[in-house]
Ligand binder design. Structure first.
Ligand SMILES: [Zn+2]
Length: 261
């Protein structure tokens, strides 16, 4: 138990010893509603027994709307793993977060919940929220964070600087991959709310894949990604990631910390 909590709360270190803020701290509030940990609404997405539809709420500041290719790709990826017979749709809100300075995980959580259109669990609809704020994370080497069971943020000011030599990968490529990566954490990847029967978690970067062909590879959310992976970035889950999700969905892999049960 202690080890697993640690995995979620651990702040991971990048090459330069600057910090990657993949996961925020616990996020366990009693009132008014439990926010849960990244992965706390994994079954709510993978299965349709409680939630038959899903909405991705995108709250962006003016000028920070994501590329449509990022959102299209995210929906495609979610549709490939989550059972939502009534569909997965997107709602865009242009907002002013009214935030000064850099962002901490707690800032993302607080501002996110201020802006949520509804509870993450509303009737038979599951809502996940993605913030695109102006400004950077506490460490500007962080491109995205997942802070609780329903909330992630992408830092476009940092993503804009993270393209590779000669634009390979491009800013759009990086945003595509970071978005799928952060939402992958909401799906519990890797080992956030379960223990994979396959050894594919990077021991040096807890919560991440050791396979650099997986979108859950740790470097994806790091500003160094453009130097790390030249050319095309992974933007999809690999076979091990997908096997984990299938096992969680059918119950063959035990899961913990779910908000819905
Ligand atoms: Zn990550």
């Amino acid at each position: 138990m202690a080890k697993r909590n640690l995995a979620v709360m651990l702040v991971v270190f990048v090459m330069s010893s600057s910090m990657v803020g993949c996961f925020g701290s616990d996020g366990l509030d009693i009132l008014p509603e439990k926010k849960g940990v990244p992965g706390g609404l994994t079954l709510a997405c993978l299965r349709s027994s409680m939630y038959t539809s899903m909405v991705i709420e995108i709250d962006h500041e003016p000028g920070y709307r994501p590329f449509s290719s990022s959102v299209d790709l995210l929906i495609e990826r979610l549709e490939s793993v989550c059972d939502k017979p009534s569909g997965i749709s997107v709602e865009y809100d242009e907002v002013d977060f009214g935030h000064e300075g850099t962002w901490s995980a707690q800032d993302v959580r607080d501002k996110g919940w201020e802006q949520k259109d509804t509870s993450p669990r509303d009737g038979t609809t599951l809502y996940w929220q993605i913030l695109f704020p102006a400004g950077t994370y506490d460490s500007d080497s962080v491109l995205g964070v997942a802070v609780d069971a329903s909330t992630v943020a992408l830092f476009s000011d940092s993503i804009d600087e993270a393209d590779g030599p000669f634009g390979r990968p491009s800013v759009e490529d990086v945003e595509n991959s970071v978005l799928v990566h952060e939402v992958g954490h909401l799906l519990g990847l890797v080992n956030l709310v379960y223990e994979s029967p396959v050894d594919h978690e990077d021991p040096d970067h807890p919560g991440h894949s050791s396979n650099d062909d997986s979108v859950m590879y740790w470097a994806i959310e790091s500003a160094d990604v453009g130097n790390f992976i030249f050319g095309s970035l992974p933007s999809d889950f690999d076979d091990d990631d997908r096997a984990d999700l299938a096992g969680l969905a059918d119950g063959s892999i035990p899961i913990r910390d779910q908000l819905w049960s």
